[in-house]
Design a protein around this ligand. Structure first.
Ligand code: GUN
Length: 306
């Protein structure tokens, strides 16, 4: 039987409707959640992501403030912009679009973000809090994957989860989050040094592909009935497409859909959730800031995804 398709666009829209209620409530108290976005250089994928984030802010009751720098900027130039956002009360969340050009020290830039505004969940302090299972902002793509599993009714407790990829943005945080008591999965972390990747994947009840390699996961690597989450967003040349490319995941979809129990398509699976979780975290940052200033928060919202 073909897999159930997890419709990320639909889930993202449900979540965005909830976010719009929260931003409307904040607006009634004179607060508009603000996202500060820093883009360095002209990488087409990064420009496209940033444009998508700003559009999503406008559609859901958030403001975005964009700062752009040329590709030859220095680490200090970027840190100066981060610092400006750190001290701007209209900015509740900060996002430095990655990757940064090679001459920029990404670690120093990320570490310069005020952890209270780190809605990307990438600062060492946030990652430490995440590892300790303390309240924090979860990185947006992993948070989106977890939200999709939750809303699709996929059982994580007792499941064997295999994460293929160990990036700081996706793989490592996912391994960490899935082992939390609240999710209770048994997690295997696979990477380029893994011997016999297929044998690990075949044991997965939940298989998460986030290696950035087109078609890495084939049907024969999937346990029948497993939940396959494809985080890959690889641009593949396509002369027939207006843009000249199309997006392909890390999973060979046509074969996988025949074996898996659930599957996320690319595009339209995990992708729409990433921006949605960024809106969620930024709204949460604004709610926290409002609570600190005695503005109060809408009843019913806890401490967010963490
Ligand atoms: N580039 C690709 N994905 C992301 C993300 O989630 N956050 C940031 N800052 N940059 C990215």
């Amino acid at each position: 039987m073909a897999a159930k398709i997890i419709d990320g666009k639909k889930v993202a829209e449900e979540k965005r409707a909830e976010i719009r209620e929260r931003t409307a409530f904040l607006a009634s108290r004179g607060i508009v959640p603000g996202l500060g976005v820093i883009l360095v250089g002209e990488d087409p994928a990064s420009v496209s992501y940033v444009t998508g984030k700003e559009k999503a802010c406008a559609e859901n009751g958030l403001l975005s403030f964009e700062r752009r720098l040329g590709a030859h900027s220095s680490t200090e130039d970027v840190i100066a912009l981060v610092d400006g956002f750190n001290h701007d009360p209209k900015v509740h969340g900060i996002l430095v679009q990655l990757p940064l050009p090679a001459q920029i020290d990404e670690r120093r830039v990320i570490a310069a973000i005020d952890p209270a505004k780190d809605v990307d969940g990438l600062t060492p302090i946030n990652i430490g809090r995440m590892s300790l299972d303390e309240p924090c902002f979860l990185p947006c793509t992993p948070a989106g994957v977890i939200e999709l599993l939750r809303r699709s009714g996929v059982q994580t407790k007792g499941a064997n989860a295999v994460v293929v990829g160990r990036s700081n943005l996706v793989g490592r945080p996912l391994v960490n989050i899935l082992t939390r008591k609240s999710l209770n999965a048994t997690v295997t972390a696979c990477h380029t040094g893994t011997v016999d990747l297929a044998s690990h994947c075949r044991r997965a009840d939940i298989l998460i592909a986030c290696a950035g390699k087109v078609g890495l996961i084939t049907a024969d690597m999937i346990k029948p009935g497993a939940c396959v989450m494809d985080v890959g967003v690889n641009r593949v040349e396509d002369e027939g497409a207006k843009s000249g490319f199309r997006l392909k995941g890390d999973v060979e979809y046509a074969g996988a859909i025949e074996v898996a129990g659930w599957i996320t398509p690319v595009p339209g699976g995990v992708g729409p959730m990433t921006i949605t979780m960024l809106l969620d975290n930024t709204t949460l940052a604004a709610e926290r800031a409002a609570a600190e200033h005695g503005e109060g928060r809408q009843a019913g919202h806890g401490d967010g995804p963490a």
